[in-house]
Design a protein. Structure first.
Length: 489
RNA sequence: GGCGCGGUACCCAAGUGGUAAGGGAGAGGUCUGCAAAACCUUUAUGCGUCGGUUCGAUUCCGACCCGCGCCUCCA
């Protein structure tokens, strides 16, 4: 089977067929860097990451562009409220975004495009649109897109723009527009706001034009896939289509994929409800980065995901189970020989995972396949039916899994530490429940040695006391047949 | 009002016209100096409600109830 995805444009699940065989041109809407990203943003970004990883795993050569919107109304408003320049303000949150990407194990796209570095491309796109009469300039120097001239308008969001729907509100201030639905391509300069001198005059770009200009700049007139959060379907992506296709006369993006919003504790996340979280907030509360990534990955992207603290705990336990299995494969000792059933199991698991992800990125089903393997291989191990030569095949299958899900590497403690340092620097330590483990690896090893001595001399009281001491510092010990293993909680 | 999505065990969640994956949690057991890990057993005659189609529906159709999203530069 080949990769199937749900295409918002057609409203159907379709086979993904790229323009150039095994090369994919994709564009995903990145952050507007006006504040720290929240877990809702990161549901989308985590999905984009899973998708790119799976594409690469499937043999595609990726050309993925993500934008950073570093000029917009909110950035202008927030930066002036703080009395810092727009560039400086945006740079801080852009940096934070990159840090968050690393914390959540998100790969960097091949190209990261900043809006402010592509102003001339946007201006020339607007000039093209004006030449074709798809854009017009108003008295104050702003430019708008003429929706009436683009009959396909609404094809992505399935809106009939010829009729004004009842509930839709209209901004009456913008009387200069020919039609209330026309959207801004370019905003005339206002005192105190960032502005650029361009071929179409001074001002700053509208929201949508950057993505059209940058996507086409890096990927050509027609891209294979365009992704984003579901809220972007309208107006953002609809407008991108209008701008791009009006200018080029060609299809802008052949497939549109949209990630559903998440709920937090059953409700829409909002600051007023007090259920608004950034990954940093959660890490400071003691949750692991891998738990966040796992939870965000575990529900297929087209389904609403209810993000709860209970779910976060469950995710942590699930990741733990997978890591324990990995450790068993990596460090356990097994009898010589091979059991063909294990090779079959590994192969079947890899195929099931691939089939699940090819089926419109059904991550839940892919996870089920891995857990089936974990259980069966563990059982075989307990029964002495897991043999030395079986290990590589199982490791490979687990590696396949982690190429996409990326949760097995135990770097949570180190990542959390970074967040703690950030919190300290920002003076936010007050709300940090995260306890810093004050034991270095060497100290842990030293205590473990003491305990082993005690055990050898059958002084179990002493041994247990040491274990208790380590447990209090967040260190878990496991006495296995193959020796002692320890890990940080 | 228009368009759309969803309601599956204590929690998360997959799925199919033929009788309910997987994970977490709970209970019991095996193993262990004790733990941990792991394994085994167990927890939905039931898949929002009510009708209909069918030999048979959780899966198809209709109505209703509930939740959610977009229609406002919120991912």
């Amino acid at each position: 089977m080949a990769l199937q995805i749900f295409n918002t444009l057609s409203g159907r699940v379709e086979e993904l067929k790229t323009l150039a065989d095994k090369r994919i041109r994709m564009y995903s809407c990145g952050p507007t860097v006006y504040d720290y990203g929240h877990i809702g943003n990161f549901r989308t970004f985590v999905f984009v990451d899973l998708f790119r990883r799976f594409l690469r795993h499937s043999g595609y050569q990726l050309n993925h562009v993500m934008n950073i919107t570093d000029v917009d109304d909110k950035i202008i408003r927030n930066s002036s409220a703080k009395g810092v320049g727009v560039r400086e303000y945006a740079a801080k949150y852009e940096q934070a975004f990159f840090e968050d990407m690393e914390i959540l194990s998100l790969e960097k796209p091949e190209e990261i495009a900043r809006a402010t570095e592509h102003i001339p491309e946007m201006a020339s796109l607007i000039a093209r649109l004006q030449k074709k009469d798809f854009a017009y300039k108003t008295e104050d120097g702003s430019y708008y897109f003429r929706i009436a001239k683009f009959p396909q308008y609404g094809k992505l969001s399935k809106k009939d723009m010829t009729a004004i729907s009842d509930g839709a509100r209209v901004d009456l201030d913008e009387y200069e527009k020919d039609n209330v639905r026309d959207f801004a391509l370019w905003k005339s300069p206002k005192p105190g706001e960032a502005k650029w001198e361009t071929e179409i005059g001074p001002g700053r770009p509208g929201w949508h034009i950057e993505c059209s200009a940058m996507a086409m700049e890096y990927l050509g007139d027609t891209l294979d896939v365009h992704l984003g959060g579901e809220d972007l379907i309208f107006p953002h992506h609809e407008n991108e289509i209008a701008q791009s296709e009006a200018a080029t006369g060609k299809t802008f993006a052949r497939y549109w994929m949209h990630v559903r919003f998440l709920l937090v504790e059953g409700q829409k996340m909002s600051k007023s409800l007090g259920n608004f979280y950034t990954p940093r907030d959660l890490i400071l509360k003691g949750h692991k980065p891998s738990s966040i990534r796992y939870l965000l990955s575990s529900v297929p992207y087209q389904k609403q995901l209810n993000f709860t603290f209970d779910g976060l705990k469950q995710a942590a336990n699930s990741v733990e189970r997978l890591r324990n299995f990995k450790a068993r494969l990596d460090t356990g000792r097994f009898p010589a020989g091979s059991n063909p059933e294990m090779e079959t199991l590994a192969k079947a698991t890899r195929e099931k995972m691939r089939a699940a992800l090819e089926d419109a990125m059904n991550t839940a089903q892919a996870l089920a396949a891995v857990f089936d393997m974990v259980r069966e291989a563990n059982a075989a191990g307990d029964n002495g039916k897991l043999l030395r030569d079986d290990i590589p095949a199982l490791q490979e299958a687990l590696g396949d899994f982690d190429e996409v899900f990326a949760v097995l590497e135990d770097d949570d403690a180190q990542k959390s530490k970074q967040v703690l340092q950030w919190a300290r620097a920002e003076g936010r330590l007050a709300d940090a429940a995260l306890a810093e483990s004050n034991l270095s690896d060497a100290e842990v090893e030293r205590l473990i040695e003491q305990r082993q001595h005690a055990r050898k001399s059958r002084d179990f009281a002493k041994a247990d006391a040491v274990r208790k001491q380590l447990a209090d510092a967040g260190i878990i010990l496991e006495d296995t047949k193959d020796g002692l293993r320890w890990k940080r909680k």
